[in-house]
Design a protein. Structure first.
Length: 179
């Protein structure tokens, strides 16, 4: 499908599945190289990162653990700016090497909030692996060490990302048309 409609919005395909897989493989290889012997704990941020996490983790070959957190801050096509609490983290992360697995860093406020929250629990290191980064939207200083793809400011859906809850299921990424 080259274009899709979700509610009142039209989207056209912008990053095909094959291209996404290629970049996810590259990130997996970088992580395998950098975290050898560090027994990292991957923290996947639900819901958006579920598909990226699944494809990424299938290619992680070093000993590691995976857990999931939830931290919703987005409604519709504009960031609400209302950052909710982190929940779902039951592991003791004291002295652990953490790799956050996120779908997209947009303004960066969500990630900043998550880093603050995790930082109070005495981890040894925290690193960020994001499927997507919108560099021109970033409002805070963040070191996003692993980025699969950098994209323009347009709103996107697919491969885990949603518009009002819909569109997460597509294997490709679609960009909004005529917003
Ligand atoms: P931030 O706090 O502005 O960086 O927003 C991060 C969160 O907003 C992401 O984890 C996504 O859930 C959501 N988000 C940001 N941009 C988009 C987009 O283009 N499409 C769908 N969700 C987005």
């Amino acid at each position: 499908m080259d274009s899709i409609k979700i509610k009142d919005k039209c989207f056209s395909i912008s990053i095909k599945s094959e291209e996404i897989q290629k970049e996810v493989t590259r990130v997996a290889e970088e992580i395998n190289r950098d975290f050898e012997g560090k027994n990292p704990l991957f923290l996947s941020v639900l819901n958006g990162a579920f598909m990226f996490t699944s494809d990424l983790m299938k290619q992680i070959t070093i000993p590691c653990e995976i857990s999931f957190v939830k931290l919703a801050s987005y409604q519709g096509v504009l960031s609400s700016g209302h950052i909710k609490e982190v929940f779902g983290l039951t592991e003791d992360i004291t002295d652990r090497v953490i790799v956050i697995v996120e779908d997209i860093v947009d303004t960066g406020l969500t990630m900043q909030r998550l880093l603050e929250s995790l930082g109070t629990r005495s981890p040894r290191e925290i690193h960020i692996a994001s499927l997507l980064l919108k560099p021109d939207k970033l409002q805070v200083s963040l070191d996003v060490k692993y980025v699969a793809m950098r994209i323009p400011n347009d709103f996107i859906v697919g491969y885990g990302l949603d518009y009002d809850g819909f569109g997460r299921n597509y294997p490709h990424i679609y960009t909004i048309v005529n917003d």
